[in-house]
Ligand binder design. Structure first.
Ligand code: ADP
Ligand code: MG
Length: 341
């Protein structure tokens, strides 16, 4: 386990300031997820922690030791990438043993350690196979196993599930969550997928353009987004954003400084067109079985997504009213900053 502390960490590539300055403390055993759109600097920040990139400024400390100028090997972290990068001609056991052999660990000890980790990851029956004889999920488990055998002080994952199909991604997501609970190790996990972030993280760090937009537990970010970026990035379907003038009926809990309000699809209910805060016409109805999503166009052309019950009577072309659930309206000022309401 390790405490990882970043203080004013900067990274530029030539004239490009990719990470203008990050302060972040990750506690012992914490599962922290860096999430943001492609190009937001997630991998760069992770690589800075791992020592695969050199910081342009600031300091990185692991358990109080300044590692800013140390190489990756001296930081004792393990990395798991999207590409498994297994040795194709070696067996699973040989792949998992390799780093320990390089470190001159005695043979018996390597065998014991690999057996232990293989059992943990349900790889025991696959130890004599070659990577090409494994499924994508099994290969990713071997890549994780190879990282674990070295007993690193912390784990770094960079989009480890992005190459897997949807069903397998969910299965592996659960396995990683269980693994974290069993090992109790500090983990930093990078993903562009907000669902993965929400389901895995103790704490999410939302990045945009190399800048931390907000840090908090999944529900803190969902319920109290600090700004419009976080409000629209976290949650699927996205939060609806409307001009404050759009509502026909008064909204009691919106501060005067607000220029925009946000309301999540599940916090809107459908009512008679003469009632409610807004009125519009249903353009598309999606029936997912568990939920129904109605896409409603308002008179001014704004599109609003509404989550309705599975057996909703919503039909395309219908004129409806929309009512906002009390206490669920988010308010934002002209700069996009969230306002307490
Ligand atoms: P993410 O992982 O969030 O998709 P990255 O950290 O890979 O984003 O990249 C952040 C930004 O830094 C991108 O604009 C990318 O083009 C740039 N970048 C990353 N590595 C380099 C590099 N070696 N040289 C120049 N620009 C880079
Ligand atoms: Mg990346």
């Amino acid at each position: 386990m390790a405490v990882i502390e970043l203080t004013s960490v900067r990274k530029s590539f030539g004239a490009l300031d990719i990470i203008p300055g990050v302060d972040l403390k990750i506690e012992h055993g914490e599962f922290v997820v860096f999430v943001g759109p492609s190009g937001s600097g997630k991998s760069t920040l992770l690589r800075l922690v791992a020592g695969l990139e050199e910081a342009t400024g600031g300091t990185i400390a692991i358990d109080g030791r300044d590692v800013t100028t140390l190489g990756p090997a001296e930081r004792e972290l393990a990395m798991v990438f999207q590409s498994y990068a297994l040795y194709p001609h070696k067996t699973v056991r040989a792949n998992m043993s390799f780093a320990l052999e390089v470190a001159k660990v005695p043979r018996d000890e390597i065998r014991q350690q690999v057996d232990k980790v293989a059992a943990l990851l349900q790889l025991t029956n696959l130890l004599e196979r070659k990577p090409r004889e494994l499924s994508g999920g099994q290969r990713q488990r071997v890549a994780i196993g190879r990282a674990i055998v070295r007993e690193p002080v912390a784990f770094m994952f960079d989009e480890p599930l992005s190459n897997l199909d949807a069903a397998l991604r969910i299965e592996m997501r659960l396995e990683i969550a269980k693994l974290h609970r069993r090992l109790g190790a500090t983990m930093i996990y990078v993903t562009h997928d907000q669902t993965e972030a929400m389901t895995l993280a103790d704490r999410i760090v939302v990045l945009d353009k190399g800048v931390i937009q907000q840090t908090g537990s999944p529900l803190q970010l969902y319920e109290r987004p600090a700004n419009l970026f976080v409000a629209q990035f976290i949650g699927s379907p996205k939060m609806n954003i409307l001009n404050t003038g759009a509502a026909a009926a008064p909204l009691p809990d919106v501060p005067n400084a607000a220029t925009h309000i946000g309301i999540r699809p599940e916090d809107i209910s459908v009512c008679d067109p003469r009632e409610g805060h807004l009125a519009g016409r249903i353009d598309v109805v999606e029936r997912l079985g568990s939920d129904t999503f109605a896409y409603v166009t308002l008179a001014d052309g704004t599109l609003v997504t509404v989550r309705a019950p599975r057996d909703s009577a919503a039909t395309v072309g219908q004129q409806i009213g929309l009512r906002f659930q009390e206490g669920r309206i988010h308010a934002f000022d002209a700069n996009g900053a969230g306002l307490a309401s």
